[in-house]
Ligand binder design. Structure first.
Ligand code: HEC
Length: 146
């Protein structure tokens, strides 16, 4: 191989490396939803009926049956040891009884959960993914009286 070819190859590898590491960083960054995605996510949340039971200021819902979700992006990752926030949120929506949250507005949450196990029937894969990403961005400071 000629020297010039070697130089060219190393240069190519360098670029690939830089690109790969840039992608890696991208994934580590916090997920940011576009304005359009946020609007769609709110619609999905409201149409699925989540707001009937959950307070979520971002979507203007005041339901008082389940826990408020204004800080769920912070709380979700602390609910079950070794379970990431994203996995917890999926589980909370797909199988409400797999883990019952501790505190509901009226006191301890009932077990079995009042949250319908069939709620996810109203969500297709795309809507579920968007809803989970949307909820992950809810990071209001926890309220003192909760
Ligand atoms: C009929 C009332 C009801 C509806 C409708 C409902 N939920 Fe719930 N939800 C609850 C209750 C009660 C709990 C607490 C018990 C439990 O963990 O299942 C809960 C728990 C949760 C949790 C876990 C909260 C925490 O602090 O750990 C999430 C996340 C959640 N719901 C999201 C949703 C979403 C998204 C929808 C709509 C697709 C929805 N819920 C619809 C009543 C409801």
């Amino acid at each position: 191989m000629k020297i010039s070819q070697k130089i060219f190859l190393s240069f190519l590898l360098l670029i690939v490396g830089v690109l790969l590491s840039a992608c890696g960083n991208q994934q580590a960054k916090e997920d940011v939803l576009s304005a359009a995605e946020i609007e769609t996510a709110k619609e999905v949340y409201v149409l699925a009926g989540c707001g009937a039971c959950h307070q979520l200021d971002s979507a203007n819902t005041i339901g008082g049956v389940g826990p408020q979700l204004n800080d769920i992006g912070l709380v979700a990752g602390t609910r079950q040891e070794g379970v990431t926030a994203e996995t917890y949120l999926r589980e909370a929506i797909l199988q409400p009884n797999a883990f019952v949250a501790p505190d509901c507005p009226g006191g301890p949450c009932s077990s079995p959960s009042y949250m319908p196990a069939t709620i996810s029937d109203k969500l297709n894969e795309e809507n579920l993914n968007l809803l989970v990403r949307y909820l992950l961005t809810m990071k209001a400071q926890p309220q003192i009286d909760q």
